[in-house]
Design a protein. Structure first.
Ligand SMILES: *Cc1c(COP(=O)(O)O)cnc(C)c1O
Ligand SMILES: [Zn+2]
Length: 554
């Protein structure tokens, strides 16, 4: 849709490209998407009323020009469930659960991944790097699978193996780093930098924030349906008194508050909810800073929680941004112990039939604590985000060897950390992956081949849309293998073969022909002895192509 990127520090506006990471004027990395709200507001409610209840319902307010149906997995549109039994137990009748477990990979990270991957696809980006405490990488891996994007997922070795397996199951490369999450982020950034790849930048990723904000819109619509509007409100939608979420890096609250601010700006609501951000006590840098009234959060270098999903020790500027919002809207930061979280997890299951992962249960433990303290009152309308649960990924499917270990050297005074990271990295990135050239005029066909191969190995790909481009790339990039379509406009595959075979420099290049064409006997003769394998499009299973490629590159 029509939108611009505005720097939150100097106000400079530019057009959007996912790879541009800072403001051209002041170099700030903190920017946000803005839309022509005046134009959108008058017709927005009628327009969306006719649409399906998923996050693309709000497409006028999302930074993707043309969402591709082929990438969708049913993201957004999760239920808002009244917590009847918890309400009776706590004496607070209006508690609602926004059930983000019901996203495609069972966490609210699906919103960020759906929007970000759609934007990357639109910009033609085919490879990306993300550091994750688990769920971000799972969501990105699923959407990357559909988009034909290669994901390098850096996780800490403390992430439950169940979560790591799910990332691998979707065909992404898992890089397991022995170190803290903050070290993992650093090593992922180095890796992306070295190889010139797109890097997920957490809360500075504009598309991720925009994905998250759709939760706010859905809550406003759903709450209005549940409770109606307060008398004399004159607003279109109702907002809760409180939005409660377990927090690690703080992406969720940043996005949700942007959503509520936009709605107020367009006159759809009167008031943003107060946000309660709940952290695990063993890694609660934001809560500590808030309680000490600090403007910046001191890093936690040694997290002491079993709830690894929430172990972000350095919230950086996200804390300062949230602090400002919370001061305006009466928000609070609070922490709970692991034990309180496990108890809340059990309570939620027993009372409401909802099985959540520990990281999600942290929010419920926080809810109990804030009600007991009188911060949340019995008359308040409360929405708690049930942020996720873990899907079991069958271990037998993957066999062994699906993750790579990176062991960081123990940090010593004498050795600067940078060197340790780089040395560890050089062990994971082999200097030279096999180089494969895919020549096909159909972009979908090229994507499919790339996807099949990159889900189970490491290759560098080059793509050509016709014979001429293919030949140029052969000389320029010296591929180790050519996967060649026969029918292409201009110079076709047969002519490419003629050219290759006539030049001693290229005559030995292995070629796999992949074609949708029924070959005539004459055409078969022309290929005889000149190619290594013939694959019929639509007729070959992904494993056959993979086996063929592996055999030829050996
Ligand atoms: C990422 C995550 C959180 C924390 O989200 P942020 O808003 O990024 O701090 C909470 N719960 C689950 C299940 C998560 O995956
Ligand atoms: Zn700026």
């Amino acid at each position: 849709m029509s939108f611009l990127i505005r720097c939150i520090d100097c106000g400079h506006t530019t057009a959007y490209h996912p790879s541009d990471i800072c403001c051209p004027s002041c170099k700030s990395q903190w920017r946000e998407a803005i839309y022509p709200y005046d134009e959108i507001a008058p017709t927005f409610p009628q327009n969306i009323a006719r649409r399906k209840f998923d996050l693309w319902r709000y497409s006028e307010l999302l930074p993707v020009h043309k969402p591709l149906p082929a990438l969708k997995l049913g993201e957004g549109g999760t239920p808002l469930i009244r917590a009847v039994n918890l309400g009776i137990m706590l004496g607070c009748p209006n508690i609602f659960i926004k059930d983000e477990r019901q996203g495609p990979t069972a966490s609210f990270k699906d919103r960020q991944a759906a929007v970000t991957i759609a934007a990357l696809k639109e910009a033609g980006i085919t490879e990306m790097v993300a550091a994750s405490t688990g769920n971000v990488a799972i969501s990105y891996a699923a959407y990357a699978a559909r988009a034909g994007i290669k994901l390098w997922a850096f996780v800490t070795s403390l992430v439950p193996e169940l979560k790591m397996r799910e990332i691998a199951l979707y065909g992404s490369q898992v890089l397991k780093v022995t170190g803290t999450y903050d070290q993992v982020k650093q090593i992922a950034a180095e890796f992306a930098e070295q190889r010139g790849l797109y890097l997920d930048r957490g809360a500075r990723t504009i598309t991720s924030i925009e994905g998250m904000k759709t939760i706010a819109y859905e809550i406003a619509e759903q709450l209005t349906e549940e409770l109606g509007l307060p008398e004399d409100s004159g607003a279109l939608w109702r907002t809760p008194t409180w939005y409660v979420q377990s927090v690690s890096g703080g992406m969720g609250p940043i996005g949700i508050s942007k959503g509520f601010r936009e709605m107020a700006l367009m006159g759809f609501t009167h008031q943003a909810p107060a946000i309660a951000a709940i952290q695990a006590e063993g890694c609660a840098p934001m809560v500590n800073a808030w309680k000490e009234n600090q403007e910046e959060a001191a890093p936690i270098t040694n997290p002491k929680t079993h709830i690894e999903t929430l172990a972000t020790g350095t919230p950086g500027r996200t804390y300062s941004l949230l602090r400002k919002i919370f001061k305006e809207d009466r928000g609070v930061f609070e922490s709970v112990t692991d034990e309180e979280s496990y108890r809340a997890m059990h309570m939620l299951a027993k009372m409401e039939g909802i099985s959540a992962e520990p990281a999600a249960a942290v929010a419920f433990a926080g809810l109990f604590k804030l009600i007991r303290a009188g911060t949340i009152k019995s008359t308040d309308v409360v929405v708690v985000n049930c942020t996720g649960h873990t899907m079991p990924a069958e271990p037998l499917v993957l066999g062994s060897g699906w993750a790579r270990d990176i062991v960081l050297p123990q940090q010593e005074e004498s050795q600067p950390q940078e060197e340790g990271l780089l040395a560890a990295l050089s062990r994971v990135a082999p200097e030279r992956f096999p180089r494969i050239l895919i020549a096909d005029d159909a972009a979908d066909a090229r994507r499919l081949v790339r996807r099949i191969l990159q889900s189970q190995g490491e290759y560098t790909f080059f793509e050509a849309a016709n014979g001429r481009e293919a030949l140029d790339l052969v000389y320029k990039e010296h591929p180790d293998l050519l996967i060649l379509d026969l029918m292409m406009p201009g110079m076709d595959g047969f002519a490419v073969l003629d050219n290759l075979k006539n030049d001693p420099e290229t005559a030995e290049l292995p070629v796999i022909v992949s074609t949708a064409k029924e070959l005539t006997p004459d055409e078969k003769n022309r290929l005889q002895g000149r190619i290594q394998a013939l694959m019929q499009k639509g007729g070959f299973m992904s494993d056959e192509l993979l086996d063929e490629v592996k055999a030829l590159l050996r």
